[in-house]
Design a protein around this ligand. Structure first.
Ligand SMILES: Nc1ncnc2c1ncn2[C@@H]1O[C@H](COP(=O)(O)OP(=O)(O)OP(=O)(O)O)[C@@H](O)[C@H]1O
Ligand SMILES: [Mg+2]
Length: 255
């Protein structure tokens, strides 16, 4: 399949941001953002610190409100509150820089909690599925331990399994490897790459260019609250169009 077919054009639109604006006081943190992510598409978002990448992710699962414009998931505008909002949170998996596991629950319990409490899945069924997911991310043997007994890379893989247990329609990753020691980065990126290959719709904020080149259908470059440029990874990295992107790439590629 060629890359144009892999972009949102040939897929059902799953996440759509339409003229989205958000302010924090005087700061116009999201400025008229238009972005469509097709089902099965992997979009990598990069850009300088403070450009609004995390705010964008947080708006998509409604951890932040927006001032105007619209965000829809699978054709439905994001709900404001109540049960529909809880359902949305289940549909949009999110993995953060910090692993955010429940410290006083075992690895297995971390993964079964959401399905049991929110999706009302019977315990046995939730456990069987959690074990399969923990196998998939390579930490099944750790299932009876507590988060603090695992390495950062293992914890982050558990966090991914925990999100997947809710059967999300889309997975958001906000710098999932930036708190990890270098030797653990690849084990997490490998899990993410295999998820991408399996057809998961993903929005990934990362500076890991190797991952972007390997797994992304599209790179979105943000600066000062705007989408300045978007392109297929190879085109973006080898031939950025804007001065902002050129400047940003020259900084991250040289260190
Ligand atoms: N809750 C908040 N209240 C006020 N300002 C905020 C809040 N959250 C973020 N900001 C500001 O909004 C801007 C964008 O922040 P955001 O975290 O989205 O950037 P980012 O692109 O994710 O940066 P980084 O690469 O450092 O993670 C920053 O100037 C930040 O200080
Ligand atoms: Mg951020």
């Amino acid at each position: 399949m060629d890359q144009t077919q892999a972009s949102s054009a040939g897929h059902r639109p799953l996440v759509v941001l339409d003229k989205v604006n958000k302010h924090f006081g005087d700061l116009h943190v999201l400025q008229n953002i238009n972005l469509t992510v097709g089902e099965g598409e992997v979009v990598v978002v990069i850009g300088p610190s403070g450009s609004g990448k995390s705010t964008l992710c947080r708006a998509i699962n409604r951890l932040e409100t927006i001032d105007d414009g619209e965000i829809s998931l699978d054709g439905v505008p994001l709900p404001q509150e109540g049960k529909a909002l809880a359902r949305l949170r289940a549909d949009v998996g999110m993995v953060f820089q910090s692993f955010n596991l429940f410290a006083h629950k075992t690895i297995l319990e971390n993964v079964t909690l959401g399905p049991i409490k929110v999706n009302k899945v019977p315990k046995k069924e939730a456990e069987a599925k959690a074990i399969a997911l923990l196998e998939r991310v390579g930490v099944e043997s750790q299932r009876n331990k507590y988060p603090a007994q695992l390495s950062g890379g293992q914890q982050q893989r558990v966090a991914i399994a925990r999100s997947l247990a809710m059967e999300p329609k889309v997975m958001l990753f906000d710098e999932p490897t930036s708190a990890l020691d270098p030797e653990m980065i690849n084990e997490v990126l490998d899990v993410m790459t295999s998820l991408a290959e399996d057809g998961m719709t993903m929005i990934v904020v990362t500076h890991e260019m190797g991952f972007a080149r390997k797994a992304a259908d599209r790179v979105v470059f943000m600066a000062d609250g705007r989408i300045v440029e978007e392109a297929e990874p190879e085109a973006f990295f080898t031939n950025p169009q804007s001065d902002r992107a050129k400047d940003f790439l020259s900084k991250i590629l040289t260190h």
